[in-house]
Design a protein around this ligand. Structure first.
Ligand SMILES: Nc1ncnc2c1ncn2[C@@H]1O[C@H](COP(=O)(O)OP(=O)(O)OP(=O)(O)O)[C@@H](O)[C@H]1O
Length: 286
């Protein structure tokens, strides 16, 4: 595939390298031969005789196109095409926020308070636009944020973990949440009735995940990171009903306060996305 020229809706691209893959897709870095721009091309193969990948592709494409106008923090789609064998989406390219987190861990350095503030405020706004239109993201984690623009300072959501795609049974949702339960809220583990758009718990699970990400950027590790395997983590979360996670002390009291508020075990005691936007941590410059 590398070095190959492909056409998507009559626009030519040269595939330059593989940059990622999901359960159902491969994502390539490619050059748009008209604009010269480097883009990400996601290709989903359709299995003959099975409609499932085709349906997943259609759902993802429809949701991405729907959100283009409604949420400026969703990855920009430049082009797309599909036939009976595969579907293709051409998007803005960027590195994932997870890669940036990893390079901080490797170098032993911490993110500056202003960078943490800038990233988190963009994530909060990305989720705000989702909640405004009744969508629970439900899979908010650094892997799903891409850094674009000069210096990679602008964040975009790539994976729409949309509420109406959630299976009714949370166990299957947890199994699909690639790998780690580190961003999963206690009620996601305990609720068996699902987190549909109607459920107030769904929104609060996004708030929990935002709290975990802010904790991770601030302290350089995730609260559940060193707890053991996934089963141990899920048991820990399931038992977190009466007490809250311990948040290390921090000299920035607004930052400390918002992390603790987002990480309340009881979802009713967590802030809404609007309350976060009005919290001094976000209203005051860092
Ligand atoms: N626009 C992009 N720019 C750069 N890398 C990307 C982009 N989109 C996706 N990737 C990379 O490809 C990987 C897989 O993409 P994505 O999560 O969209 O696939 P998926 O099939 O929906 O995955 P999953 O099976 O986890 O749901 C991402 O984790 C990321 O590393």
């Amino acid at each position: 595939m590398i070095g190959k020229r492909i056409f998507v809706s009559d626009i030519p691209y040269t595939i330059e390298g593989k940059i990622g893959h999901g359960l159902h897709s491969i994502v390539y870095g490619a050059r748009d031969l008209y604009s010269g721009e480097y883009v990400a091309i996601k290709i989903i193969s359709f299995t003959p005789g099975s409609a499932s990948n085709q349906q997943l592709f259609q759902k993802e494409l429809d949701m991405l196109l729907y959100l283009q106008e409604l949420n400026p923090y969703v990855i920009r789609v430049f082009n797309y095409d599909y036939n009976e064998r595969y579907g293709v989406i051409v998007m803005e390219y960027g590195k994932t926020l997870r890669d940036t987190f990893i390079s901080y861990v490797i170098s032993g350095k911490r993110m500056s308070p202003s960078l943490i503030h800038s990233f988190w405020s963009q994530m909060v706004q990305a989720i705000y636009y989702m909640h405004q239109i009744g969508i629970v993201h439900a899979d908010c984690k650094p892997e799903n944020f891409i850094q674009v623009g000069p210096g990679g300072t602008n964040l975009r959501l790539i994976d729409m973990g949309i509420s109406f795609q959630l299976p009714a049974n949370m166990t299957s949702r947890l199994q699909t949440a690639a790998g780690t339960p580190d961003y999963v809220s206690p009620e996601m583990v305990n609720t068996r009735v699902g987190l549909g758009a109607q459920s107030k718990y769904g929104y609060k699970s996004d708030i929990w995940a935002l709290g975990i990400i802010l904790f991770e950027m601030t302290f350089g590790f995730r609260p559940l990171q060193n707890l053991g395997g996934n089963r141990t983590k899920l048991t820990f979360l399931a038992r977190l009903t009466k007490r809250d996670i311990v948040v290390p002390n921090h000299p920035d009291r607004d930052l400390y306060d918002i992390i603790r508020w987002c990480l309340r075990s009881n979802p009713r005691r967590r802030p809404t996305i609007e309350q976060i936007l009005n919290h001094p941590y976000l209203t005051q410059k860092r």
